[in-house]
Design a protein. Sequence first.
Length: 457
Amino acid sequence: MDYFPLFCKLEGRDCLLIGGGEIAERKARLLLEAGAKLTVNALKFNPQFICWQEQKQIVLVQSEFKTQLLDNKWLVIAATDCAKTNQEVSIAAENRRIFCNVVDSPKNASFIMPSIIDRSPIMVAVSSTGHAPVLARLLREKLEAMLPQHLGKLANYAGYLRNKVKQTYKTLTERRRFWEKLFMHDRLAQAIANNNSEQVETLTNELFNLSLDHRGEVVLVGAGPGDAGLLTLKGLQQIQQADIIVYDRLVSDEIMNLARRDAQRIFVGKRAGYHCVPQEQINQILLEQAKKGQRVVRLKGGDPFIFGRGGEELETLHNADIPFSVVPGITAASGCSAYSGIPLTHRDYAHSVRLITGHLKDGSHLDWQSLAAEKQTLVFYMGLSQAENISQQLIKHGMDINTPVAIVEQGTSTQQKVTTGLLGDLVKLAQYACSPSLIIVGPVVALREKLNWFSEH
Ligand code: SAH
């Protein structure tokens, strides 16, 4: 760390600015916003400076720089277009141990000014320590776009509620919960942004009553198929707020790295046909932790309601009266098809798409006749070990042996591998494929030749 970041209070404090041009004007504006008592010294001043002087906002000294101007100053900014003067100011300030910024010359400055995003009282400062100001500016623009304008009002409102929250909730955990609920409350944020004080009061009272609930809760979150960038914003918020994360084998390390560092992690890895932790036990873990008052995130690969047994886990919670919610995820069929250039319902080739489990418990029957029909795309989850059965049944029920098929292994990750061929060869194609894999069957697979954008394999 070359520079120590700090926010300093300038309100009512004497500061000196050297320079009367455009850049100096920008600096003056900032110092005035911070409430500094500003003296500006230059040979010539832009009209804005004269105007500020008339309004008694600043004091102007029209002269060469002289060191006496530094008397009683807390902070100095040298913003003239003369390098020699700037350096002179910097040396004089250094001798008197006054912090000095020199515009465009960080090496002569004892402090630098960051790019700022002002949502007062929330302030975000970004600096590249003088190495890449353009990068810092781009970052600032991104943050500007991300941080809603009403953030400042929200923070002020939180300040106003602080004492009440302290009195109402005795433990830190309870208070944290309350604040998280308040800051995540979209309607309340809107009401604050619109200055609708009546609605703000009603919603706040509701929140105070709601959070008396000491039960924990479970949020079922879909992590998507692999690429961490495919996690939803809501999913990310949930895993960052979780006390405990109960997760599967299909959840990538990249995603687990986004969780709060101090959250407890429980691995309940499941494999097709082999459950490391039996489903009943997973249900019990969720139940026990939620009963202890914990905020539990049950994180699953893909979408929790698509071959994810999410429904079963929620039933257990429902029976025990534990609050729960669900954040959907991008299911393997969507992720793998997008990342392999196979549009599942291209309208020239398919009017519907079927998501099918190939993991057929107790030999249950699929309606092969309807699956073999034309103008549709079939996506088999957990189908590798059933490749032979799948191809035989489809051909037997009339599907063309030359129908294109694809096997997508570890879809959307950097290890994604896609193998394409014809239905008649599915068994051969599946022979060396590894789990997790998806089998896609249908004419849309042929479009990959034109639409593949992600990887060579
Ligand atoms: N809930 C998950 C599916 C769980 S079933 C979802 O919505 O995606 C597990 C099966 O999903 C695997 O056997 C495999 O067929 C498929 N699958 C999950 N992630 C995958 C990936 N990244 N690439 C290919 N197939 C995947």
